[in-house]
Design a protein around this ligand. Structure first.
Ligand code: NAD
Length: 260
């Protein structure tokens, strides 16, 4: 379905982004993966995508904290492949703490990576999409783009921000066959969620099992984690012609969380 398209997925060395990169490659798209991690492991991921799906996969280590790096990454991808047809703004981090104890540097990093990086990448990618008259921008938002939880003020602020950014961009390019959407997953079992368990245990004075049951899955009526593969399948659908009229949408995939 996506042969001759190129997808750039930020934060795709792990979790949801990696699942999305693999799923787009499985549809024939060339992919640029991005993110932090061990060099050899990343090379293994890149090579596996290429051999498994018969596409070209490249890695770009652009730091989502650095606007110039982000713009350079998009430029390089466009030069290498002709265009970035699909941009998935997915990189994200979390920090759990009360507002009055929230470290200033963590606030700045979360806003930069979870929100501003999407602006910088989209700004750099849209001209190429406009030129080709086709494009897909998919932002990995969160249920926290729609509702809040305590102790996650920066994350919730950034995700609400990406919701507004998604809608505004979608309106700007609505007549150019470019769609801009946000997927809003509930809790997905990835390293990002695993890593916040110790901090949540500390902030709430809970055991690990209590955090999983009473904090994470308490919000999710199905009592099941979303899988990265389910989010990836949704992203693939958003790239299809069937999804051409879905734009500016905040699309929940949260086991019923935001219905409650
Ligand atoms: P993850 O920790 O598994 O992956 C995050 C990715 O972002 C990694 O590839 C990491 O290297 C990359 N990254 C982090 N900082 C970076 C930087 N400075 N520069 C470049 N790359 C950087 O987490 P995940 O759960 O897969 O999260 C992916 C996205 O999904 C995030 O935006 C997150 O907010 C969102 N999300 C996650 C969940 C969940 O429950 N896991 C739920 C809703 C939304």
């Amino acid at each position: 379905m996506l042969k001759s398209k190129t997808a750039l997925v930020t934060g795709s060395t792990s979790g949801i982004g990696l699942a999305i990169a693999k799923a787009l490659a499985a549809q024939g798209a060339n992919v640029v993966i991005n993110g932090l991690g061990d060099k050899d492991e990343i090379e293994g991921i890149r090579a596996e995508i290429e051999t498994e799906h018969g596409v070209v996969a490249t890695y770009d280590g652009a730091d989502m904290l650095k606007p110039a790096d982000i713009a350079r990454m998009v430029r390089d991808a466009a030069e290498r492949f002709g265009a970035v047809d699909i941009l998935v703004n997915n990189a994200g981090i979390q920090h759990v703490a009360a507002v009055d104890e929230f470290p200033d540097d963590k606030w700045d990093q979360i806003i930069a990576i979870n929100l501003s990086a999407a602006f910088h990448a989209t700004k750099a990618a849209l001209p190429g999409m406009k030129k080709k008259g086709w494009g897909r921008v998919i932002n990995t938002a969160s249920a926290h783009a729609l509702v809040a939880s305590p102790y996650k003020s920066a994350y919730v602020a950034a995700k609400h921000g990406i919701a507004g950014f998604t809608k505004s961009c979608a309106l700007e390019v609505a007549q150019q066959k470019i769609t801009v959407n946000a997927i809003c997953p509930g809790y997905v079992w990835t390293p990002l969620v695993e890593r916040q368990i110790p901090d949540t245990m500390k902030a709430r004075g809970m055991t690990e099992d209590e955090v999983k049951r009473d904090v994470l899955l308490a919000a999710q009526p199905t009592k099941e984690f979303v899988t990265p593969e389910q989010v990836a399948a949704f992203a693939v659908f958003l790239c299809s012609d069937a999804a051409a009229q879905i734009t500016g949408a905040l699309l929940s995939m949260d086991g019923g969380w935001t219905a409650a």
